[in-house]
Design a protein around this ligand. Sequence first.
Ligand code: ADP
Length: 495
Amino acid sequence: MIFNSAANLPENLFQVLFEKSPGSLLIKADEPRFTILAASDSYLKITSVSREEVLGRGFFEVFPDNNDDPKDGTTARKVFTKVIETREKLDVPVYRYDSIEAGTNKSQPHYWSCSNIPIFDNDNNVAYILNTIVDITGEVKAKEAAIESEKRLLLAAEATGLAIWDLDIQELDFTYSPQLIELFGYTPNNNITLNNIRNQVHPDDMQNIVLRAYHEALETGKYAYEVRIFWPDNSLHWIRTMGIVLFNEKNEPARMLGTIVDITESKRDEIRKNDFIAMASHELKTPLTSLKAYIQLLDAKLAGSTNPFIHTALLKSGNQVNKMTALIHSFLDLSKLEPGKLQLKRQHFDINKLIEEAIAERLIITNTHIIHFHPLEVLTVNADRGKIGQVISNFISNAIKYSRKGSIVTLRSEVVDDNICVSVTDDGIGIKLKDHEKIFHRFFRAEDDDMKNISGFGIGLYLSSEIIQSHKGKIWVKSAEGKGSTFYFSLPLTV
Ligand code: ADP
């Protein structure tokens, strides 16, 4: 059908349009009856009533007041009265009016959103109210389910001592679960701000760990660190935080969210363990020093002896004492190590010279292997000479330890981009791919039949990686099982 002008409109068009409109009810403003004059098909459908049942009847005869009606002025009666009084449209975004489910005859919770528009007569009085409703039960239930699952997540987090937090990076809007308040030493009804908790972080850790981790997180999307905090009562505690950064559509960091847990107890255990290792290592150093002195004395006294056994025995004893001294020193280093707190004494030096010294030192202890190193030029780096020497010695001694006698160990140094890169290659037992990352963890040793006869504690590479990382360098390995290994570290040239 084509309509050219209003004159062509069928008489009942507006009634048809109204009846087809979504969720509409036309009510007469004859307070308190509120007679229903018209209802759309969909209104009848969602309220499960027929047109004959409603037309000409009072609104509250059809939809009687409900015991669950809210007591806050959003009942239909109050809303209609208010529309007449104020002569303005009134929206009720969410209200509950339960309906009887066809078939089961049981009352089911139902949620609605409605709008009430006054319609005026010629004298400008409110004559009708157009009431439109939308069934939002699905949305409300989905929201309730989400709130319920969030509640459960919070309960689980609380039970395991985890606090959850969320930071809007642009707005600096900081939200957190109640557990966070207790983790920072406040009573539960306190409110804390991001600044509060930042001020509680130990100033050294703020500088060395938090700020560094924050900038790294903005690049990598992840962060994890452990820091010391002071509670308001001045007691010192340890926390561990882990989380992620969420980026917006422009790939800018938008939010950070994560968890915090109190690790004070385990840190105290660790500190006690470190103190014990430090004390034991220190006590072991004294007898070892005198043992070494006696071996040197004997060596000097028996210098003229022609008995080859005496010389070999003294050489071997001296080597074992050196090995043990090196081990004790690494234990001492380990016990002094606090995360992110390695003290560096930087100086400019030629790294090739340092490599040559490390090789020479090693050859005094054992010369079971052929060590190759052919430096081409002077490579000056600004770093802690003693500590970098320790890393090179560790790489060399591992290369020797984990490869057969007589095999070749090759050292290389080169400049790659803006970094000096040093590598040590051996032809030994190699490392399974799954262990490549783990070998840099504290106390990790690969589980392998070949390993059973090789002594070690799994701390050398951990110390090496801490040393290199504190120089803002990188450490890594390329290796395959049975095919030898190459260990690398690189240091930035521009420091
Ligand atoms: P340690 O040698 O005392 O066990 P490290 O921290 O130096 O401790 O090394 C950790 C582990 O890495 C070793 O136990 C070994 O499994 C593996 N590893 C290190 N260097 C090599 C190498 N050159 N070849 C094969 N495995 C190695």
